[in-house]
Design a protein around this ligand. Structure first.
Ligand SMILES: O=C(O)C1=C[C@@H](OP(=O)(O)O)[C@@H](O)[C@H](O)C1
Ligand SMILES: C=C(OP(=O)(O)O)C(=O)O
Length: 424
């Protein structure tokens, strides 16, 4: 789907969609509990559909309690039991990494498949752990999806790099407590995207799972024989998605983002101090964050703990005065697209001077951007960052592949239009 945007200031009030990360976690924990949990204000998007379909293949039962499925009753299955099934993880890195250890919990044979770029995104950090459990790991020879696993995950003392994806750590934290003995997990590098592991620990605790973690987040002691306890859960708004609206607000007219808590375990809440550090105005007003039109200057930003913010931070840098540097972004090349090269290409096409590096980029603020055509490269965050950039374009901007937003924010273009976006 192509969308052509006539540049126009964006402003108004937005109901921020539910957190994708928390929606995945609440669904998984409720599915592993032995009993009924009511989950409310869940995100409804392609990635969440993927997680729900795998959880149902594990034996969980899902009953929608409203039309779009944002409220549902989960009848948990306790321990997953999936044998000789194919688990379609769509394009969701969270789904495949969170659920792979659970799929290998018992001596089952399961095949995991993926779509788009998912088969190319790393899975090998799990390989030594699965090999240690004598789990048979069968692919077409490139460690990628489709992947067939058979065998049973065993308790043990495991190690894992912390600079590929935090999702591998979360995946082990979901599964290891269910084993019949204790395990430990030691992170062998710096831990990046650590807030996501903290998010996992928080939801696990809410569902009755206890894990001891060291101060630096690089050592986990996981008692076995634990049971998830059913619990109702209501999902808070998504700071990763709110970030796009904050950019609209500081570059256009004021934007009020509702359904966000003032503080959150979500790592992308870092967008607020980052915008303020640039000189942008964002205030907590009557129970919501309000981003207001405000000039900004360039800054240096380390995104190693908040990688999903990189696309919108690149746009905020391009529309600020002076130079900005984005650092700690090497892992952005491993997402739904190579986001570093995608954003360097997008901004260059819009007339911005960008210097790309292996793990980041330098951006010279251009104030006003040119119009033109860009490709969302099948990446929801690139599509939404392009929309944010369009607000500062002198001419219309056409986005090819704008439908990519359905992965995490299916109503994005509707919300965009409702807040002043002019699209053809
Ligand atoms: O655990 C999660 O919910 C996520 C972790 C992050 O991945 P990495 O840990 O690979 O950075 C992030 O990019 C992704 O959108 C969601
Ligand atoms: C990378 C993302 O998600 P996932 O890893 O779950 O595909 C994202 O939402 O930007």
């Amino acid at each position: 789907m192509d969308i052509t945007i006539q540049p126009h200031p964006i402003g108004g009030t937005v109901q921020v969609p539910p957190s994708k990360s928390l929606s995945h976690r609440a669904l998984i924990c409720a599915a592993l509990a032995d009993g009924k949990s009511v989950l409310d204000h869940l995100l409804v998007s392609e990635d969440i559909v993927a997680t729900c379909s795998v959880l149902e293949a594990f034996g969980a039962k899902i009953e929608k309690l409203n039309e779009d499925g944002s409220k549902l009753k989960m009848i948990g299955c306790g321990r997953p039991s999936a044998d000789h099934v194919t688990l379609d993880c769509h394009e969701s890195g969270s789904t495949v990494r969170f659920l792979m250890p659970l799929a290998a919990l018992d001596a089952a044979e399961v095949t995991l498949t993926g779509r788009g770029r998912l088969p190319k995104r790393p899975l090998e950090p799990y390989r030594p752990i699965f090999d240690a459990s004598q789990i048979n790991w069968q692919t077409a020879g490139d460690d990628a999806l489709p992947l067939t696993l058979s065998g049973a995950l065993k308790p043990g003392d495991y190690t894992m790099p912390g600079d590929v994806s935090s999702q591998f750590i979360s995946g082990l934290l979901f599964a290891l407590p269910l084993l019949n003995g204790p395990s430990t997990l030691r992170i062998t590098t710096a831990l990046e995207s650590r807030p996501y592991v903290d998010l996992t620990l928080g939801v696990l605790k809410y569902y009755g799972i206890t894990i001891d973690v060291s101060e630096d987040g690089r050592f986990y002691a996981i008692p076995g024989g634990q049971h998830y306890k059913p619990a109702d859960f209501s999902v808070e708004g998504d700071y990763s998605q709110a970030a796009f609206w904050f950019a609209f607000g500081v570059n256009g007219r004021a934007v009020r983002c509702e359904h966000l808590p003032k503080t959150s375990l979500q790592g992308d809440a870092a967008i607020i101090p980052l915008i303020r550090q640039m000189g942008g105005q964002i205030d907590w007003q009557d129970g919501a964050w309000v981003a207001k039109p405000s000039a900004r200057h360039g800054i240096d930003m380390d995104v190693s703990q908040c990688p999903d913010l990189m696309p919108i931070l690149a746009v905020l840098a391009a529309t600020a005065e002076g130079r900005s540097r984005i650092l700690g972004a090497g892992r952005l090349r491993l997402k739904e697209s190579d986001r570093l090269s995608a954003m360097a290409d997008l901004l260059t096409r819009l007339g911005v001077r960008v210097e790309e590096a292996p793990d980041g980029m330098t951006i010279w603020g251009a104030g006003q951007l040119k119009g033109g055509e860009i490709d969302a490269v099948n990446d929801h965050r690139i599509a939404m960052a392009a929309a944010a950039a369009s607000e500062c374009c002198s001419d219309p901007l056409t986005i090819h592949g704008a439908e990519a937003v359905r992965k995490s924010y299916p109503d994005f273009w509707q919300d965009f239009r409702q807040n002043g976006g002019q699209t053809a």
